[in-house]
Design a protein around this ligand. Sequence first.
Ligand SMILES: C=CC1=C(C)c2cc3[nH]c(cc4nc(cc5[nH]c(cc1n2)c(C)c5CCC(=O)O)C(CCC(=O)O)=C4C)c(C)c3C=C
Ligand SMILES: [Fe+2]
Length: 333
Amino acid sequence: MKRALLLINIGTPEKPEREAVKKYLSEFLNDELVIDIPWLLRKILVNLIIVPFRTNKSTDLYKRLWTEDGSPLLVYQNKLVDKLNQRGDESGFTTYSAMRYGSPSIKDVLWEIDKSGCDELIVLPMYPQYATSTTLSTERAVNKMLKGMQNINKVRFVKQFYNHPDFIEAFVSKIRSYDYRNYDHILFSYHGLPDRQVNKLHPGVKSHTCSCHKEFPLHGKECYKATCYETTRLMAAQLGVDNNSYSVSFQSRLSNNWLSPFTDAMLESLLKKGKKKILVVAPSFVTDCLETIVEIGWEYESHFKSLGGEKLQLVESLNESDEWVQAIINITN
Ligand SMILES: C=CC1=C(C)c2cc3[nH]c(cc4nc(cc5[nH]c(cc1n2)c(C)c5CCC(=O)O)C(CCC(=O)O)=C4C)c(C)c3C=C
Ligand SMILES: [Fe+2]
């Protein structure tokens, strides 16, 4: 039995240049699970409005984000794969990296895994909290590409790990390294989703009126919002911080009909309450990327300071930390 572990994240442009960013955005946003509206409407909205209007702004952001080695999302994931492969004898699998959009593509990497004679595949979408636009989209893409494979005959998907003790502990250990008691407040900022996508998973229960911010609801197992709040409660309990010392918010919205409270509005409201030193944790991202480094670390930070805030510190993500390597081995075994 030869086993492979495939880590799949969202993807990033090949270069921080207009054409490459346009290609990436176009592939990403034309996914029917990402912009989940009728085909014709999606084609018009994505290709005639969102992509043409967003490409320049995104290109500027990617230019600022880019490092000598490339886009952080890809660089960190490659480092993580190297570390996991150093522990291959212990874990019992060879680890590979693919991206849902762009490269390395799921198709190319699956061919490579199949050619190596691997018969068992474990797929780890790099999203702690399940969402149709990320996890399900990844699962469908893998299943589609698996059709022509010769050797892979057993496939296992890790659906989510929002409450896995080793994931929680790996993040908590990062938070601890920031001397969190010296901040006025901890903000847990998650990637947002259209309300519509959250509501679809539990018809009859609206995300705005649900009580998942207080306790895990019965309908919650696949509810992105409920799992974000549960991840937060578990981390807060490990840190020993009380309910008044932290908040939850959602970032990266494309419209106002996305999960709220929004991170920018939350920061303003915290400032009004006299919270001038904020530690921001982003537990929907296991790898630092545009959304953590630029959006939180630079944009929210400068906005917060321009309003009179003293300090906004982003907690570095799990990236290729040893705790995360161990957590992945435990989550997937
Ligand atoms: C928790 C993970 C993520 C969810 C859920 C998610 C949903 C989602 N995202 C968009 C639109 C964009 N996301 C973009 C970047 C981006 N998104 C995630 C993760 C999740 N997205 C990551 C890790 C990244 C960073 C990639 C990188 O290169 O570093 C972008 C591109 C950047 C930009 O222009 O802002 C878009 C666009 C939608 C529409 C969506 C759910 C419907
Ligand atoms: Fe996103």
